[in-house]
Ligand binder design. Structure first.
Ligand SMILES: [Fe+2]
Ligand SMILES: [Fe+2]
Length: 184
């Protein structure tokens, strides 16, 4: 069984594939090109389910509490920063979701709103993922002992089961499809 840090890092790589697709979609919108309305909607759905519910859920419900128990500070420390950034991201995603539905209803002006929120989200996530990969997850590797790592990996599996069997794989496939179709 891969360890919890390896699982979360692998999920970062999947999220990055969808973010490359999102960047390509934004570039098309900025050039005034039409994008099929289901594409921004599917990107938002990927972010809400895979990036936020599944991935950030594992971090918030399991990894961060395990690190806190081992003395990694929350307030004024790296965990507090990560939690704040998750919340900030949720705000941008809500805005993207509203803009994507408006665009799907035929409001072409919503494309600019979508791009604006998506750019803030992409900037946020790029540096958020960098900090987790290079700082917080490195701390996790050193403070978590083997039983704690096994416990976390098992908790992650239970989260996957709660999300529905095969859901994770479906979203992983979707990220690859969106990247092939839309990344520039
Ligand atoms: Fe995170
Ligand atoms: Fe993360």
């Amino acid at each position: 069984m891969p360890g919890p840090v390896e699982i979360l890092m692998h999920e970062h790589r999947i999220i990055e594939r969808a973010l490359r697709a999102l960047r390509g979609v934004c570039q098309r919108f900025e050039k005034g090109e039409a994008v099929p309305a289901d594409v921004p909607v599917r990107l938002v759905e990927f972010i809400q389910t895979f990036a936020d519910r599944c991935h950030h859920g594992k971090e918030e419900k399991h990894l961060f509490p395990a690190l806190e128990e081992r003395g990694v500070p929350r307030d004024g420390g790296p965990i507090g920063v990560m939690l704040y950034e998750h919340e900030l991201g949720r705000g941008f995603v809500r805005e993207m979701a509203e803009a994507a539905s408006a665009y799907a209803r035929g409001e072409s002006a919503a494309a600019a709103r979508f791009v604006n929120a998506a750019q803030q989200y992409m900037d946020l996530l790029a540096q958020h993922i960098y900090k987790e990969d290079n700082v917080l997850f490195q701390i996790a590797q050193s403070v978590l002992d083997a039983p704690a790592k096994t416990g976390l990996a098992e908790a992650f599996e239970r989260e996957e089961a709660a999300l529905g069997l095969g859901t994770h794989e479906q979203y992983e496939t979707l990220a690859g499809e969106l990247e092939r179709a839309w990344a520039t």
